[in-house]
Design a protein around this ligand. Structure first.
Ligand code: DQA
Length: 146
């Protein structure tokens, strides 16, 4: 199994960025923990971070034929991007949505996700554990399906 891990805008700033909300781990450290979890699950991952909506859309399209599922933290694009949602719907790859923070206990504008309706499920509020649990859930889902 080969999973695409996508990190959206501002997640390259993790560690420095509002650590009270997002924790003190850098994106590189999160990716390393994801690699470890993937190898425990006998799966592999490729991670990409972009601040550009179009790059994320292109990467989702290119996942077809390369990856069996997508783990995504779309950052602020979660709440704004019909294009990302449509890209996920277009490739129709099983997708799990994750957030470090609990988006439902924060500002009202974070309560709506364009990604959720095209995702298998969402994990929000557990810091880096959101990613690790999301990866587990996605791998289990893909194994059940095949
Ligand atoms: C986030 C939550 C979003 O509302 C925010 O814009 C982010 C990070 C999270 O992981 O908690 O950039 O997706």
């Amino acid at each position: 199994l080969n999973i695409l891990v996508l990190h959206g805008p501002n997640l390259n700033m993790l560690g420095l960025r509002e650590p009270g909300i997002y924790g003190s781990l850098s994106l590189a450290e999160i990716n390393r923990l994801l690699e470890e979890e993937a190898s425990k699950l006998q799966a592999s991952i490729i991670s990409l971070q972009s601040n550009h909506e179009g790059v994320l859309v292109d990467t989702i399209h290119e996942a077809l034929g390369k990856h069996q599922g997508i783990l995504i933290n779309a950052g602020a694009y979660t709440h704004t991007s019909v294009a990302l949602r449509d890209a996920i719907a277009a490739v129709n790859l099983p997708t799990v949505e994750v957030h470090l923070s609990n988006i439902y206990r924060r500002e009202e504008f974070r309560h709506h996700s364009y990604i959720s309706p095209v995702a298998i499920g969402q994990i929000s509020g557990f810091g880096v554990q959101s990613y690790l649990l999301g990866l587990q859930a996605l791998v289990h889902y893909l194994r059940e399906k095949s």
